[in-house]
Design a protein. Structure first.
Ligand SMILES: [Fe+2]
Length: 262
């Protein structure tokens, strides 16, 4: 049984090879889109701000959008991340799993003035989903994400419902959240119900990370269109057998003999 009372955990992968493959592929795309080359993947990622200096927010975003498109067109990231973290994802969700079709790639250069404000992913995402935040480099101090655990998040939701005071809610959430250091080869796995975000990266290294969501096929969906956003990743024999009957054309002979069958 996973101890998930905090609403988040850090987990080491079962298999590092798919993560190395993703990291290498990401570096190839960074070299192409940001026009530089270095043979060490960690240097290419950590020092991206030095290889591609003086980009304004719009230019950085344009390059990031192009890179994400290539990335998702050419590799099946959700499948690869699943094979790196299969044991823990299956423990959370069981054998019938949906995976986000397209991975997000986040690039946070040192002193980027636009970090991700504190927020939660539900209800646009189902409260029964898990988020895998997977860094492609070691993340520590302000280079890491910050998260507020389940209990503290809930206290603040009650405060907001009672006082309708967004400014103090945000101030308290930011003050109470904790940096969560995560290394390459690990994932921060969190519930869509807990508050999380990032501050300005004050370290002298660029953070490059992926985030992907997984959910059980039978759990209630969020507000996003589940069929557009997710793809079927794994199904059990029970689901296959059950759905075969559910989607068969009605057999009228069986209908006539319904009493005997019941
Ligand atoms: Fe989020």
């Amino acid at each position: 049984m996973i101890d998930f009372k905090k609403g988040y955990i850090i987990k080491k992968c079962d298999n590092i090879e798919p993560l190395k493959e993703i990291q290498n592929y990401l570096c190839k795309l960074l070299h192409k889109h940001f026009d530089f080359y270095h043979d060490d993947p960690f240097t290419s990622l950590n020092q991206l701000h030095k290889f591609a200096p003086n980009l304004n927010a719009t230019q950085l975003n344009e390059k990031r959008v192009g890179l994400i498109e290539d990335f998702n067109n050419e590799i099946d990231c959700s499948e690869m991340i699943f094979s790196a973290f299969e044991t823990i994802i299956t423990q959370f969700l069981g054998p019938d799993i949906l995976a986000q079709k397209k991975s997000n790639v986040v690039i946070q250069m040192p002193n980027d003035p636009n970090p991700s404000e504190i927020h939660r992913d539900a209800p646009s995402h189902s409260p029964y989903e898990i988020v895998l935040w997977v860094p492609m480099v070691d993340c520590f101090k302000t280079k890491a994400m910050h998260v507020l655990d389940h209990q503290k998040s809930n206290v603040l939701y009650d405060f907001l419902a009672k006082n309708d005071d967004w400014a103090n809610f945000e101030k308290e959430a930011t003050a109470q959240s904790e940096y969560v250091p995560v290394n390459f080869g690990e994932a921060l796995i969190f519930s869509t119900t807990v508050l999380h975000g990032s501050h300005i990266n004050k370290e002298n290294e660029t953070r490059v990370s992926l985030n992907l969501r997984y959910k059980n096929i039978f759990s209630p969906s969020g507000l996003k269109n589940q069929l557009q956003y997710f793809k079927v990743l794994k199904t059990s024999d029970l689901l296959k057998i059950g759905s075969e009957l559910q989607f068969k054309k009605i057999d009228y002979n069986l209908q006539k003999n319904k009493k005997e069958i019941d």
